[in-house]
Design a binder for this molecule. Structure first.
Ligand code: URA
Length: 187
């Protein structure tokens, strides 16, 4: 088994937190494993739990549109979540669940070695960047940690609830496009 196969096997058989009791599918991630651009959401919703693929519900369709607007699609990036199993009723994952699941995300980052990591929403930003991260104030700002360029923007589900967030999110996506153009390796 190589490291990816092992990671997927470990995720699919994971019982480290209670979310495994109610899941239909573990949602590991999707996309290019050699990409320079990784997106991290919160956790699977209903459609994701039913299909095993991240961001396939309404929020995912909006994400696809925003990616298309910066001339990208899913095959060029990697998309995953902080937790790989659906929290019941789409509640936020709790500390115990996040802690149990984070080793999987760390291994994904180690394997992919992206240049750019985009956190989608507060849960990803507070888990990855800083527990006191304020999405409204700090979104769109690039930080560098190790050799990763990291930014958080609004979760697409937040844009569906509040259209006034669409304009700032669009600014963030343009900034992602610029950063990606600067940093992406030529293959
Ligand atoms: N919301 C997320 O954060 N992740 C998904 O995969 C789907 C919706």
């Amino acid at each position: 088994m190589d490291r990816w196969e092992n990671l997927i096997y470990q995720c699919q058989h994971c019982t480290k937190c209670d979310l495994h009791r109610t899941r239909n599918h573990v949602v590991v991630g999707v996309g290019d494993r050699q990409t320079d651009l990784m997106f991290i959401g919160e956790g699977p919703g209903q459609q994701e739990d039913l299909t095993g693929t991240p961001f396939v519900g309404k929020a995912g369709q909006l994400l696809d549109k925003m990616l298309a607007a910066i001339e990208l699609d899913r095959s060029q990036i990697y998309i995953t979540n902080i937790v790989k199993c659906r929290p019941p009723m789409n509640r936020d994952p709790n500390e115990k669940e996040k802690k149990a699941c984070l080793p999987f995300l760390r291994e994904q980052v180690r394997l992919i070695q992206p240049k750019i990591i985009v956190c989608l929403g507060r849960v990803a930003a507070t888990t990855i960047i800083d527990p006191s991260f304020k999405i409204t104030r700090q979104r769109g700002q690039w930080i560098e940690r190790k050799h990763y360029h990291i930014m958080a923007t609004y979760h697409p589900a937040a844009l569906l609830r509040d259209a006034s967030k669409k304009r700032p999110a669009w600014e963030d996506f343009k900034s992602i496009k610029e950063k990606y153009k600067q940093l992406k390796r030529t293959k």
